[in-house]
Write a protein that binds this ligand. Structure first.
Ligand code: MV4
Length: 452
């Protein structure tokens, strides 16, 4: 096992990784920007190193600064968390050449999955169901039009370097295509320095369902089942749950076993998430793979009783899957996560400042992942996620009632949060019946006058 790990992240996920390290008896090194000097990861890590000023590019995204800290602290490994450098293949490569183990997949695999069109082709070849789509990059409007006529409208144009909705355009008919193709291309070129586009048949009213996997470095891959992530606004997830009401045990088993074979074939290692769209016939179609631990990993931890972050560390240290898991993966009960963001309820803009009162909910079946505390300051430079409230129950109803009472008993004062929004989502009949897709929030906000 590693002796010392550097945590290349901040906030709740940095604290979550410290928890896993403490349980494994691994020493921890926190890195922090000047804005995070008084943060809990700095307090709870065995060592802490300031790596620069508050701006991301000068601190948490500054690869030379992060690597220098890792070398000074003489760590064996780096855990990148999510966001920031987690899916940066160059960073993983620099770690490797510096003799520091990167806790995640190999750089080549991260690079493959980062190029969405290549990831799609690789998964298709490995037997994962994908949507009808262009065969490779679509070079011109003419080529795009020809392909779209063949498969029929609506189609969607996507940036190969994209993800998370940027450089993406839905095209309903021939007339719209040229302008939208150009728009996607220039948006992608501007945002990613790469204007490569590919196309797919557009799925109307899809659900967003993702599968959690773990792969060791000896060719063993396991699926830990799905998470339902359709409740999102502008490509930001608000609430996730597991299991999905739409996934039968047969479908879970079938997709899980296909993924295990396919990911072994592409040489995938460590934790990963395979994203699918579910159409109205309840068929799942691969769209992207995330090569990191995700924000919503706790819902899977609650229903499988597998510690995913500890698993990541053990796998990176060379452990066999049978020693990482304590037996076969069994799923039990239902878990829901509400993301508590510091943001203004009407403008949906970040709400930074001092937390004047803070009382996280607790009690049976409740887990709170957070690095926030009373009198602590939420800096304006970073992601607005301040806490994750996770409720577990024997079934969805029990998880929902625990979540409702926990939201009622969660106090955050001094800044605006998404707690009131979550209370109202939980009261919505469409949500309670599980009859929702990725269009839920838009309908919900219209119904409720567009404000929280
Ligand atoms: C799609 C789609 C419909 N059809 N692809 C949005 C982000 C990116 N990861 C993929 N996205 C979508 N791809 C096809 N062929 C609809 C979306 C989409 C979406 C997907 C998941 C969750 C929320 C979404 C909101 C709008 C569009």
């Amino acid at each position: 096992m590693f002796k010392k790990i550097l945590i290349a992240n901040r906030g709740e996920i940095a604290l979550r990784i410290i928890c896993a390290c403490k349980e494994l008896g691994v020493r921890t090194v926190a890195i922090y920007s000047e804005a995070d000097r008084h943060s809990l990861p700095v307090r709870f890590a065995d060592e802490a190193i300031c790596i620069g000023p508050p701006q991301l590019a000068l601190s948490y995204l500054n690869i030379p600064a992060v690597i220098s800290a890792a070398e000074i602290a003489n760590v064996d490994a780096v855990h990148p968390g999510y966001g920031l450098l987690a899916e940066n293949a160059n960073f993983a490569e620099v770690c490797e050449t510096s003799g520091i183990k990167f806790i995640g997949p190999r750089p080549e695999v991260t690079r493959l999955m980062g190029e969405k069109e290549k990831a799609r082709a690789a998964m298709k070849k490995a037997g994962v169901p994908i949507l009808p789509g262009s065969d490779g990059i679509v070079a011109s409007e003419g080529e795009a039009l020809e392909w779209a006529r063949q498969v029929g409208f609506p189609v969607i144009v996507k940036a190969s370097a994209g993800g998370g909705g940027r450089g993406m355009r839905i095209v309903s008919d021939e007339e719209e295509l040229p302008a939208l193709f150009q728009a996607a291309q220039s948006e992608a070129a501007g945002a990613f320095g790469n204007g490569d586009l590919y196309m797919e048949k557009y799925v109307e009213h899809p659900r967003h369902i993702e599968f959690q996997v773990l792969a060791d470095e000896h060719g063993n891959v396991v699926s830990l089942g799905e998470r339902e992530c359709s409740i999102q606004r502008r490509h930001q997830k608000l609430l996730e749950e597991s299991p999905s009401l739409q996934v039968t045990p047969e479908l879970r088993e079938q997709v899980g076993s296909v993924l295990c074979k396919s990911l072994a074939q592409v040489g995938y290692t460590n934790a990963g998430t395979v994203e699918f769209l579910m159409d109205r016939d309840r068929h799942l179609h691969f769209i992207e793979m995330n090569t990191r631990i995700q924000v919503e990993h706790p819902v899977t931890e609650m229903v499988t009783d597998v510690d995913l972050v500890k698993s990541q560390i053990m796998i990176a240290a060379g452990a066999q899957m049978k020693d990482v898991l304590h037996g076969p993966i069994e799923r039990r009960g239902h878990a829901i996560e509400c993301r508590i963001n510091a943001e203004h309820p009407e403008k949906f803009t970040p709400s930074a400042g001092k937390i004047t009162a803070f009382h996280p909910a607790g009690g049976t079946g409740i887990r709170v992942d957070t690095a926030a505390y009373a009198e602590g300051v939420i800096p304006p430079y970073y992601d607005s996620l301040i806490a994750k409230l996770i409720a577990y129950g024997r079934n969805r109803d029990e998880a929902l009632s625990r979540m409702s009472r926990a939201l009622d008993m969660f106090i955050v004062e001094g800044i605006y949060t998404t707690i009131p929004l979550h209370k109202r989502i939980l009261a919505d009949p469409e949500f309670r019946e599980g009859k929702f897709d990725t269009g839920f929030i838009e309908r919900f906000l219209k119904k409720n006058g567009g404000r929280d």
